[in-house]
Write a protein that binds this ligand. Structure first.
Ligand code: BGC
Length: 756
């Protein structure tokens, strides 16, 4: 395929035709110029939702997608904190795509979990951008190393389903840069996804699909992205504006609805030929790359089902385990209660929904684990109950040694396309759990949900296992954990708040009059709860094991370091229990320089380590300059103040075992913006400009001090000057405009010289 020749030969109309897909999942063919082959894209992040095709390669509609294997959703896989597992998942999916002739897999979804109510949280990875980025990279590499593309989505700030195709997210640049963009940034820079899917929503009034700042300035110019940008399905409003902004491909196809508009726009100079050619080139490059990397293969569904089970075991999070209620001991008689044991909820609804090959429920496999009886109690798909079902469940509980309640959110409670309206479980489930508590038997609740739920019974039950949406092998995986065949090692990739009203975006979700104010700014998830010192049900990073771990020997390559060199931190972790286990060792950085508004701590490193009983391993983290920086639009980029930072290492964001302070030196000073309105306090706070105020502006300052009846710059006068703009010297000491102007110019020079 000679791309440049094709571009040269294509008519304007043909190029305009190429700008949108053919049907739902394919690129257009333009046979006249030799573009005889198309590529196929398909959802989704946790299993293949490939449209079946007939013998002519035409899609067959109406019968759902192909028989596929459903892996755990991202809410679960991210909780593994296991980069290798993500790579394994990616490469398994990549191989499946090869076998099914899918050229691009539409995932992973990298939006942040801003509110637990977002209907798609199950598909999203975390409330923490560093964690999401770190987990996305190996997944993407895994898929792409198999010769199949990925599509990181939904770029950007698609954090709710309410009015998702229209609402405008009103969000400041610092918040975008620190919270909503970094997972995409890391994925682009480190894994080079073949495609990026722009989101439906608007950002500060501009559709992502038309947002030149986002799609060109940030994505391509700053991050160096070279792949294709595709629209989310139906995200295009003004196609011409989109091409100009850097949106290459519109999906799905629309029977050439926008061809005339594009042709007219080029003809009347509204759209440059160059912009159209760039988009055409990006599409053709993807087609060529995809076609050339197709090698075929075999989709062994049974083998991949086993992988789905293995992956699920690594993801479940043991939230609570009082008196070591788990694991179930040999011979213990267990009552298995709750419809989810029979009909597990193991995947979410919408575009990620797959047609599962083999679903194993707990009821299917329970005979292989120990003496157990099953009583439904409540159904998995509705919020209803009968007294008879409840009575039967209570009776089963009374006759058992331990009670396992399989609870969760029915499909109708969370899905793509709509948000949840509350954070509760179905009433029937909460009611039955309370009744089971009254039996006095040890109770363990196993949750099947894509996003946190309130747990009013949290302090009354003995154990809680968060199984999330664990894929089609959920039954085997969950039982392996409950019976101790596998030691749980998942940790929360999100905070579980006590109640919805506590959540950071509560007041600003889902917005009104088509606008959503991101009023909590950078304080989402644990950044918010920690800043406000709030109690939560279970903190970010939390996860128990059947063994215990001890942390010791926190060491640093240097206690004083420069941002450029960064710092290496290591810590020893020992398994102090009697069974093998895996610990998620987390490292958080907290800015204690006191110079800016920053979160108490932010995750900047993690490693999952497997340890035999009594074994010790040293875990090492390399902290680069970004680990300390925040984004300052005023300074024009990422910035870290000189001074102290606390490094904390531990098993969760609130179980920090070792802490120490280190000092950043030699970095640039934070510079004030200089103009007539610059506040004197900002000049005095900056070591670069302070001497000028004290020496060159001494006359003015002294005169001001006299007004305040002080002799010179005292603490009191300095405090009074803090919020005084330079221009106000006119009023307080009669400084003429030209004198102030002279100082402004001189200060500007000082700042400019320093920056150079
Ligand atoms: C979703 C995307 C998905 C696409 C294609 C959209 O509605 O937002 O995540 O990839 O449909 O199914």
């Amino acid at each position: 395929m000679d791309i440049e020749k094709m571009i040269e030969e294509m008519t304007l109309e043909e190029k305009a035709t190429l700008m949108a897909g053919y049907g739902f999942w394919e690129t257009q063919k333009i046979e006249r110029v030799g573009l005889n082959e198309a590529i196929w894209v398909s959802d989704g992040p946790n299993g293949l939702r490939m449209q079946p095709v007939d013998e002519n390669g035409e899609p067959i509609w109406g019968n759902g997608s192909i028989d596929a294997v459903t892996f755990p959703s991202a809410c679960a896989t991210t909780a593994s904190f296991d980069r290798e597992l993500m790579h394994e998942l990616g490469s398994t999916l990549g191989k499946e795509c090869q076998a099914e002739k899918c050229h691009v897999l539409l995932g992973p979804a990298l939006n942040m979990k801003r509110s637990p109510l977002c209907g798609r949280n199950f598909e999203y990875m975390s409330e923490d951008p560093y964690l999401a980025g770190e987990m996305a990279v190996p997944y993407i590499k895994g898929v792409q190393e198999e010769g199949v593309g990925t599509s990181i989505k939904h770029f950007a700030a698609n954090n709710q389903e309410h009015e998702r195709m229209y609402e405008s997210n009103e969000v400041d640049e610092r918040t975008l840069r620190e919270i909503y963009l970094p997972a995409f940034e890391k994925a682009v820079k480190e894994a080079k996804p073949w495609t990026v899917m722009c989101s439906y929503n608007r950002i500060n009034g501009e559709y992502s699909s038309e947002n030149k700042w986002l799609l060109t300035d940030v994505l391509r110019k700053e991050w160096g992205y070279e792949g294709l940008v595709v629209s989310d399905w139906g995200a295009v409003s003004d196609r011409v504006k989109g091409i100009d902004a850097g949106l290459d491909w519109e999906m799905p196809g629309n029977d050439n609805a926008n061809v005339k508009q594009i042709v007219d726009a080029v003809e009347n100079g509204k759209l440059s030929q160059e912009a159209l050619d760039t988009a055409a080139r990006n599409i053709l490059k993807l087609v060529k790359k995809c076609r050339e990397s197709m090698k075929g293969g075999v989709f062994d569904r049974d083998a991949d089902h086993r992988k789905a089970v293995e992956i699920a075991r690594e993801c479940m999070v043991l939230l609570k385990n009082e008196e070591k209620v788990l694991p179930i001991r040999e011979g213990e008689k267990v009552a298995i209660i709750g419809g989810f044991a029979e009909k597990p909820r193991y995947q979410g609804g919408g575009s990620a929904f797959t047609n599962s090959h083999t679903i194993t429920s707990v009821v299917d496999v329970m005979d292989g684990y120990g003496p157990a009886v099953y009583a439904k109690g409540f159904p998995a798909d509705e919020d209803i109950y009968t007294d008879d079902d409840f009575d039967e469940a209570v009776k089963a509980a009374n006759e058992a040694d331990k009670v396992l309640v399989f609870a969760g959110l029915p499909d109708s409670f969370e899905s793509e396309s709509y948000d949840r309206s509350h954070m509760r479980l179905p009433v029937s489930q909460d009611l039955l759990i309370e009744r089971l508590v009254e039996t006095g038997k040890p109770i363990v609740v196993i949750l099947h949900n894509g996003s946190p739920v309130e747990m009013p019974w949290m302090n009354k039950v003995d154990g809680i296992l968060e199984a999330y949406l664990s894929g089609e092998g959920v039954g085997e995986a969950v039982m392996d954990i409950l019976y101790g065949r596998v030691n749980p090692s998942g940790h929360l990739a999100e905070t579980i708040p006590l109640r919805l009203e506590d959540t950071p975006a509560f007041i600003n979700f889902p917005g009104s009059e088509h606008k959503v104010y991101y009023g909590e700014r950078i304080y989402i998830g644990y950044r918010y709860y920690d800043k406000k010192k709030m109690n939560v049900a279970f903190p970010f990073g939390h996860g128990l094991s059947y063994t215990t771990f001890e942390y010791s020997n926190l060491t640093f390559s240097a206690k004083e370091f420069t941002a450029k060199d960064g710092v290496t931190v290591s810590v020893d972790v020992t398994n102090t229990g009697s069974v093998a286990g895996k610990e998620v060792v987390q490292l958080y950085v907290g800015d204690r320089t006191g110079t800016q508004d920053r979160p108490v701590r932010e995750l900047k490193g993690f490693e999952k380590v497997a340890l035999e009983p009594k074994e010790t391993k040293t875990v090492t983290f390399k902290l680069d300059e970004r680990s300390f920086q925040w984004y300052s639009p005023q300074q024009g980029g990422w910035f870290a103040a000189n001074g102290e930072y606390v490094i904390a290492v531990g098993s969760s964001s609130r179980d920090l075992r070792l802490k120490e302070r280190i000092t950043l030196v030699g970095g640039p000073e934070y510079l004030p913006e200089i103009n007539f309105d610059t506040q004197v306090g900002d000049l005095l706070a900056c070591p670069v400009t302070r001497p000028y105020v004290l020496n060159d502006m001494k006359d003015i300052v002294d005169k001001y001090a006299k007004v305040g009846e002080e002799e010179s710059l005292s603490t009191m006068i300095e405090a009074l000057l803090r919020y005084m703009p330079l221009r106000a010297f006119r009023n307080f000491v009669n400084a003429p405009n030209d004198v102030i102007e002279k100082h402004v110019e001189a200060l500007k020079k000082i700042v400019e010289n320093y920056s150079d």
